[in-house]
Design a protein around this ligand. Structure first.
Ligand SMILES: C[S@@+](CC[C@H](N)C(=O)[O-])C[C@H]1O[C@@H](n2cnc3c(N)ncnc32)[C@H](O)[C@@H]1O
Length: 262
């Protein structure tokens, strides 16, 4: 690593840790800082690039993603939500508020021009929207699926994410282990039992299922296992197969958040 890159990484680490220990608690929503025990080694493998989320609520996870993957005017992000079209929020899990997300992004140092807001019912997104996003922003390095939890929405949103995420990128599916939203697990089960996809299950932690491309699967498993076992010895790592794929289940052992480390 070049000297400059090392210094940039120190700054990035410090910014992310500040958000995870302080900022995250000031933004309403659902996201645990311990998730970064797994996200940080994956970010180190994937590198800076565009991030996107379907289902922002007030931006709690999205801001953490922007901070991790270096969102800026030159490295833009996409925020997709029904926002003011709440008639399409069929499960009412949370009401996405564009003005609050914009305010929260500003408070946490993300320039408004760095984020493209897409107000849409995710079921209405087509390959033309996917092409436009990739043309204008680029292929995503990280895509978070956290919109409506019904089976139809979850499956459609994951497939949309797969169509715009770079082959070396990552997709997160929220509420995979939340018994209040069984539609998420049902959608994932239907998908992998019926068809083959290039993105396959990688890990489950902090309520999220992470997917990565088959091409990078064994490298990503190794990166997570090595980083978590050497830095967080109280986090329990279980190797388990999901739909025939080797995956990891990670149970962070810290009841109180402690920083991510290099
Ligand atoms: C559980 S909240 C998201 C939580 C958020 N990711 C966080 O970090 O706290 C669900 C979000 O999905 C949005 N949503 C619901 N139905 C949707 C749909 N059909 N298309 C797009 N977004 C939708 C809601 O407006 C809400 O903002």
């Amino acid at each position: 690593m070049e000297e400059g890159e090392g210094m940039d990484l120190e700054q990035r680490l410090s910014d992310v840790n500040t958000y995870l220990s302080e900022g995250i608690h000031t933004v309403k929503g659902w996201c645990l800082p311990h998730l970064w025990q797994t996200l940080w080694p994956l970010y180190r493998e994937i590198g800076d690039g565009p991030v996107a989320e379907i289902g922002l609520f007030e931006g709690k996870f999205f801001i953490g993603l922007c901070k991790t993957f270096g969102t800026s005017e030159k490295n833009r992000a996409a925020a997709i939500d029904v926002f003011d079209m709440q008639q399409f929020n069929l499960d009412g899990a949370g009401v996405g508020k564009m003005d609050v997300v914009k305010r929260n992004l500003g408070v946490h140092g993300i320039a408004e021009d760095a984020v493209e807001f897409v107000q849409a019912d995710s079921l209405a997104l087509t390959h033309r929207d996917a092409d436009r996003l990739v043309r204008e922003i680029g292929q995503f390095h990280f895509f978070s699926v956290d919109g409506c939890h019904e089976v139809v929405h979850t499956a459609k949103d994951i497939e949309f994410a797969m169509s715009v995420t770079a082959n070396h990128g990552l997709i997160a599916v929220d509420d995979y282990t939340n018994p209040d939203w069984p539609g998420v697990q049902e959608a994932v089960a239907r998908m992998y039992m019926l068809r083959d996809f290039n993105f396959i299950p990688l890990a489950v932690t902090c309520n999220k299922l992470l997917l990565c491309s088959y091409s990078f699967h064994s490298d990503r498993l190794a990166a997570i296992e090595e980083y978590v076992s050497s830095h967080y010895p109280t986090t329990r790592i279980k190797k388990v197969k999901r739909f025939g794929f080797q995956t990891l289940t990670l149970h962070p052992g810290h009841s109180v958040w402690s920083d991510i480390v290099k």
